[in-house]
Design a protein around this ligand. Sequence first.
Ligand code: B12
Length: 198
Amino acid sequence: MLLAATAFLAILLVALAGPLVRRARREARELVPLAVSPAAAAPAHPAVLCRTLRVYFIKPSKYDDRGRVAHFWKGVLPNNTLTVLAALNEAYNRVRRDDGVYVETVIWDEQVDGPVLPPTIQSIQEKALEDGVEVIVGLAGVQTNQYPRGRDLALQFRRAGFPVLFGGFHVSGYPESRAWARPRPSGATSSTITSAAS
Ligand code: B12
């Protein structure tokens, strides 16, 4: 009796498992080996070495009556000019992606993110060296009441060896405010300040 039950179970197992095994074999034949699957195929465009240019767009704040850099205790909304400039850089990356230069953008609104202090400038320098990227500083959207702070920042960044651009309503509308920013005679320093007219 036990023998008959065992034999019956064995026949049932073979009958049920048979089609499953055949199906698994069939599907295994349909699988494409990894080595020739589309993902592993050589890319149509070979990798190209690409320079990274890290652009810091900084919106200077203003000095208060006691000469401190005014900033919010908790700010959340960076100035519109910064986000517009960052979007323009992104557009550059899309449109000129074959130029071999990738533009990375960091935005910093002093009023929202806090003052850019000498240690901040030093860490920007160190991070650039660590990451092997070139850096340009763009003081952005500078209005008349922010101009003294913008100019101080420009001088500090230039002293640290960064090329500096200076843009916004004030420098665009009042050319005299850009006179001091002309590149120094060659040999004095490799860095420059250039005004960006809108
Ligand atoms: C919107 C606006 C505001 C908004 C800003 C909202 C926000 N979070 O962004 C609010 C209401 C907060 C505001 C406040 C103030 N504003 Co306002 N504002 C404007 C307005 C109407 C548009 C500015 C804007 O967003 N433009 C769009 C951006 C994309 O353009 P942009 O800043 O000009 O930048 C372009 C170019 O200049 C250039 N560019 C700029 N920087 C750089 C840097 C580099 C490296 C490069 C390559 C290019 C570049 O590229 C940009 C893209 O094309 C202008 C008037 C105007 N038509 O410009 C006044 C204006 C800028 N404001 C003015 C003033 C006075 C103020 C206040 C001081 C008012 C006050 N008493 O509190 C405050 C200052 C606030 C601050 N911290 O900056 C004056 C500035 C006057 C002056 N002599 O500087 C303006 C010109 C109005 C006026 N005619 O009086 N403002």
